[in-house]
Design a protein around this ligand. Structure first.
Ligand code: HSE
Length: 341
């Protein structure tokens, strides 16, 4: 049996979802993959930091956060290590970087990922900042050190579109990518169409763990723009920056707009698109009215979908969860298993 020691940088929704998966699936992971994932450290700005070289009890971590929102009352041989000390000084073999996403600077996540690779540790992350802003540098650093960086959860959470695009469709000639890549806005649009006012729908998306810590990035389209940059750069060899994405969110859409579309047999969706023409790659995020018969029009709630238009296969569509604690936690597990393979 192989044990893989992990340090979690951040213990919000995604970290808790990941810990829950490890608790619920440990027997299956052991039986099927002969691996035991052991959380040795957790460092969270608000909840506190714990380190036990022999492993922390994930059930106790989850119970503590559920009961008090804090890890401060749990016993551990070492505590209060900040993120960088946790990365450098613990015996973790892989760092799970799940601190909050900042798409303007990418920090502090970029520093965490760099530090992990520099100290010889693999990284898995669902954090869009480092991947949308400086993936070429980070993946080159990983390669140079013989390490891996797993980023599957940055787009469509645990639904494996990045692996599909970078590995399985790599030779098919991806010309266009079009889809719904933000769960929060799709959930809000679905709820508004069912009659909920915008603030209620947003609050519900937050309560369900879909929204970013600051949901402005979701509703203004920046989260989707970050994902579009990741898709363009990882799957189409582009070097787009966020500023090059023509981006409009859903905040200007009113209940009247939604009712008008409905009366016309259409539905508003926040559509993200990347198009390759020769060497030119262009990207956009825009609310778009789709006929009800359009395949993306029936994708509802926090579900996401991406259609790859390829030279050799035509259209390939993947539909699946795009947000949520377990769905995003699953991406981390998939990346860790890929590292072990
Ligand atoms: N806030 C994001 C969403 C989470 O709503 O899709 C997943 O990246």
């Amino acid at each position: 049996m192989r044990t893989m020691r992990l340090a979690l940088i951040g213990f919000g929704n995604v970290g808790q979802g990941f810990a829950q998966i490890l608790v619920e699936r440990s027997a299956e992971l052991a039986a099927r993959f002969e691996v035991q994932f052991q959380i040795v450290a957790v460092s969270d700005l608000l909840k506190g930091s714990l380190y036990d070289p022999a492993g922390l009890d994930p059930v106790a971590l989850l119970d503590a956060v559920r009961a008090s929102g804090s890890l401060k009352d749990l016993p551990a041989p070492y505590r209060d290590l900040d993120a960088l000390r946790t990365i450098h000084e613990t015996n973790a073999e892989a760092i799970v970087e799940i601190s909050y996403t900042d798409l303007k600077t990418g920090e502090p996540a970029i520093t965490h990922v760099r530090a992990a690779l520099e100290s010889g540790k693999h990284v898995v992350t669902t954090n869009k900042g480092p991947v949308a802003l400086c993936y070429p540098e980070l993946s080159a650093l990983a390669r140079a050190r013989g390490l891996q960086i797993g980023v599957e959860g940055t787009v469509m959470s645990g639904t494996p579109v990045l692996r599909m695009g970078t590995e399985l469709l790599a030779a098919a000639g991806i010309r266009r990518i079009q889809g719904i890549v933000n769960g929060t806005t799709n959930y809000i649009l679905t709820q508004m169409e069912a009659g909920s006012p915008y603030p209620e729908a947003l609050a519900e998306a937050q309560a369900r763990g879909y929204a970013e810590a600051d949901p402005t990035g979701d509703v203004e389209g920046h989260d989707a723009a970050g994902k579009v940059v990741i898709l363009a750069n990882l799957l189409m060899g582009a070097s787009l920056t966020l500023r090059q994405v023509d981006c409009t969110g859903i905040t200007a859409l009113t209940s009247q707009d939604i009712a008008a579309a409905r009366a016309a047999g259409e539905r508003w969706k926040l559509i993200a698109a990347v198009q390759k023409d020769g060497d030119q790659v262009t990207a956009s995020v825009k609310p778009t009215r789709l006929p009800i018969s359009h395949p993306l029009a029936s994708v509802s709630g926090a579900t996401n979908a991406i259609t790859f238009t390829t030279d050799l296969l035509g259209d390939v569509t993947v539909v699946g969860p795009g947000a949520g604690r377990l769905a995003t936690g699953y991406a981390l597990l998939g990346d860790l298993l890929a590292i072990l393979r």
